[in-house]
Structure formats: C-alpha cells, structure tokens
Design a protein around this ligand. Structure first.
Ligand SMILES: Cc1cc2nc3c(=O)[nH]c(=O)nc-3n(C[C@H](O)[C@H](O)[C@H](O)COP(=O)(O)OP(=O)(O)OC[C@H]3O[C@@H](n4cnc5c(N)ncnc54)[C@H](O)[C@@H]3O)c2cc1C
Length: 388
C-alpha cells in the first residue's frame, strides 16, 4: 500500500485528499495539519460566504512565474461541476460563485464529510519541520516522523493569520534548496499620506489608479473605504497586487468617473455661476464635501482636478495579517508540468504555497482547487501506468 502524505489541511490539501481516495485504489492518504482543526481559512473567505470561483475566468486575473501552466490549470477545472460532485450546490451572484447556502461552513462540512467517508486520516497539531531526502521520504513533524511514498506540499500562506504564522512552510522548501520567491502581502489595504481621518468610514464608488512616477500601473473601478490609517476596499486590495517592494506609488481617485473632465468642467462652471453656498453639497458624500470645502479651491480647473484626480501618497501596504494572500512562494520553475518537483520525484505542490496569486473574486480558491485536481489527475495517470 502506497502512503501519500499531504502537508496542510487547507482547501487545496483537503480537496486533494478526497480526489486521491476516490481515484486511486490501494493508497493511504494522511493529512498533516499544524492547527487543531482543518480549513480555518476557508471559513473566513468571502466574509464567511466563500467566493469559490468567477464566471470570468482568465489568466489576466493571475500573477505567477509560469502563466502558461497556470492558465492550463485554471481553464481545465470546472468548479461548479467539482463542487456538485462533492454534493455542494453552488450559484452565481453576478460573476461570483458561492455555495447556495452562502455559508463557507458548508464548504468545510462537505469536504470533511467526503474525506472522512473515504477514509482520509487527519493528524492535527503536527507541524511538519523537515523532509529527509531519499526514498521513501521521511517527513519529520514536531511530534513524530513518518515514511511517505508521495508528499504533497499544500502549506498555503500566513495571509490572514488563519493558517498559522509559522515560517516552517518556507523553511521546509529552503532546506530542500528550492527557490522560494520572497513572500509579501497582497490583496491588502494601503497606508496613505495624508490620512484623511475625518473621512473614516466613508465609502466611495469611482475609478482608482495606482501611479508610479505619474504613470498608470493599474486601474480599478469599484469601491474604496477611507479608514484611520489610509484606504481599504476591494478596489484598493486589487491595486495592492500590483505593488512591488521599494517602489514609490500614488493613488489617484476619480470621484466622478461617470463624466469626462471636459463635461465635468462645463457642469462645475454652470454650478459656480449659480453661486451656491456649500458648493460641494449634493455632489459628494457630506463628509467629503466638507473636506473639499475646507480646501478653499478657487478655479474651476482646480475643482475638476480634485474631483477627477485626487491624489494620496501610498506609504505602505498593511501586513500579512490583513492580507488575503501572499505574493511569492515556491517558484513554478521548480516544478514540472504535473506540479511535481523536478529535483524530488513524488513530491508535488499545490495551492497558495506556490508563487501564484489571483485577484479578489474567487480566483485564489479556484486555483487552490484546480491545482489539487491537476495533481490528482497526474497521480491517477501514474498509478494506472504503474499498476497496469
Ligand atoms: C480573510 C480572507 C478571505 C479570503 N477570501 C477569499 C475568497 O472569498 N475567495 C477566494 O478565492 N480566495 C479568498 N481568500 C484566499 C484563499 O482563502 C486562499 O488562497 C486559499 O484558501 C489557499 O488555500 P491553500 O489550501 O493553498 O492554503 P491555506 O488555506 O493557507 O492552508 C494551508 C494549510 O497548511 C497548514 N500548514 C502550513 N504549514 C504547515 C506545516 N509546516 N505543517 C503542517 N501544516 C502546515 C496551515 O495551517 C493550513 O491549514 C481569502 C483569504 C483570506 C485570508
């Protein structure tokens, strides 16, 4: 009987454990998890509703060091069908896919029920510290050592602090002399200068541009939230995925993206001629109006610039605790087409431990599940060849 050890009971690891027990005969599947329970992060996803995937699935929403492979993995996976096979009914809300129950808990329950029915063994409070080279592999945890014919790295990331902040996930890889792209928080909020504390709690719909030396790096239409440290909101989190370390960025806010600058100029001219007191009231949220009023702008051009290109200096990104993912991780250059390590046969890697991130909108869970499915298919092919 072949023994497969999966390191990490997150979305990718638990889903793979189910697929392996369904597809391969005669194998022991053991999941080693450092936490006291599985799927902690899944419970927090999509504000507790778990946004599993997106109808608009494209490589354009991902960043990695092998986009061709990622594209193949994401496009050959059908999340609706996969969840249906497990017994989870899902529905689209716009482009976003959720469980019909709108509860992330359902995803956890369904995955764990299938895994337990199929006889997957879960061992908790087992922090894997080292993999010893040689065959079979020796997997050393904080409590014991186990032999394994196959090892799957599904250690995720420390983003959100929901799957542990231990660095052992990266140390295991470095001890094997594998290239780990330095992990950094992404899909997180910005610290800004100035901090507009008087606007704390105000949400703004508009177009938001990440600028470097005045040039557009990336633009998002959506929603921003002013906070007591800077800015948050989905649009901001998306922009954070495009920030590089040690680069200097500005945020440009277009509060009036429904009008171009020329039309807005004409409108503001007319409005000024009417000589309204409290000129900005009725144009913007009342707290923003008050803030603009205090700026005492005189010319129409200045007002239009403020409304269409309001600038904040980005002084930093919030840390991994507030981030949804970590950009970086195990380089895809270390893996072959099947996500098997080139240097270590029978060791595979899936999910967020890899140097792959998606934007907000279900893209990260889609990759976690799709990469698990990709490895399950590869192992199934190998099993069939070996046992035929
Ligand atoms: C607040 C929040 C909301 C999110 N919302 C969404 C969303 O709605 N849609 C979406 O697509 N994505 C979302 N994401 C991102 C998504 O949840 C993750 O990308 C995805 O869950 C990653 O799954 P994973 O299995 O690769 O890793 P993880 O979920 O991080 O799981 C890895 C597991 O490995 C364990 N582990 C790590 N190291 C070791 C070790 N050395 N020994 C033993 N065990 C170890 C960890 O404890 C953990 O249980 C969100 C993330 C956060 C933080």
């Amino acid at each position: 009987m072949q023994k497969i050890l999966i390191v990490g009971a997150g979305a990718s690891g638990v889903y793979l454990s189910v697929l392996l027990k369904q597809k391969l005969y005669d194998c022991d599947v053991i999941v080693l998890e450092q936490n006291t329970a599985p799927l902690k992060k899944v419970l927090a996803t999509g504000n507790g509703r778990c946004n599993l995937s997106n109808k608009d699935m494209s490589i354009d929403y991902y960043q990695s060091d092998n986009n061709q492979l990622v594209e193949e993995i994401i496009s050959s996976f059908d999340m609706v069908q996969a969840m249906n096979d497990l017994g989870l009914y899902c529905i689209y809300q716009g482009n976003l896919l959720y469980p019909k129950s709108e509860q992330a808990l359902s995803v956890k329950q369904i995955l764990m029920q299938r895994a337990e029915e199929l006889g997957v063994l879960f061992l908790y409070e087992q922090e894997v510290l080292k993999i010893e080279k040689g065959y079979p592999y020796i997997v050393k945890t904080n409590q014991q050592q186990l032999k394994a014919d196959y090892v799957i790295f599904a250690m995720g990331s420390e983003a959100g602090r929901l799957s542990g902040t231990q660095l052992s996930r990266y140390q295991i890889l470095r001890k094997l002399h594998l290239n780990v792209v330095e992990p950094r928080p992404a899909l997180t909020q910005f610290f800004t200068q100035p901090v507009l504390k008087s606007l704390k709690g105000v949400r703004v719909k508009g177009t938001f541009t990440l600028l470097e030396k005045g040039k557009c790096v990336h633009q998002e239409k959506g929603e921003l939230l002013f906070t007591d440290y800077g800015v948050s909101g989905i649009a901001i989190m998306q922009l954070s995925a495009f920030c590089k370390p040690l680069h200097d960025y500005e945020l440009s806010i277009d509060f009036f993206d429904e009008e171009d600058a020329k039309k807005l100029y004409e409108y503001i001219e007319l409005r000024r001629k009417k000589g309204y007191n409290h000129f900005y009231d009725g144009l913007l949220n009342s707290k923003i109006s008050l803030y603009f009023e205090k700026q005492a702008l005189n010319s129409t051009q200045e007002i239009v610039s403020m409304l269409k290109d309001f600038r904040l200096h980005i002084t930093g990104l919030r840390s991994y605790e507030s981030a949804q993912v970590m950009k970086g991780g195990l380089s895809l250059n270390e893996l072959d087409h099947n996500l098997e390590l080139k240097k270590y046969p029978h060791i595979y890697a899936i999910g967020e431990i890899l140097n792959v991130i998606g934007l907000c909108g279900g893209y990260n869970l889609h990759f976690a599940f799709a990469s698990a499915s990709h490895v399950a298919k590869a192992l199934e092919r190998e099993w069939n060849v070996t046992n035929s």
